[in-house]
Design a protein. Structure first.
Length: 82
């Protein structure tokens, strides 16, 4: 979480100084943390999983990662510029 406990404590103290009761200030800080971090993280994971479900990974899973020994020995063909 951004800021950690110090920012939450400072926000709660500022809300109490502004006139809220301590229980209301604590509830406001917890709701702020819920909305600013956890809801965004959950939404990101849901979108990530939805995109993975809709579009399979690119490329063929059976394709070799490394070239075969014959392909590795073959010289690189360069095109001449005209």
């Amino acid at each position: 979480m951004r800021g950690g406990c110090l920012v939450g404590l400072t926000l709660a103290v500022a809300l109490v100084a502004a006139g809220l009761r301590a229980s209301q200030a604590l509830a406001a800080v917890l709701l702020y943390r819920l909305a600013s971090f956890w809801l965004v993280a959950v939404a990101g994971w849901l979108i990530f999983l939805w995109l993975r479900h809709r579009r399979p990974a690119r490329g063929d899973a059976t394709a070799p990662i490394l070239p075969s020994p014959d392909q590795a020995r073959r010289p690189i063909e360069r095109r001449s510029r005209r």
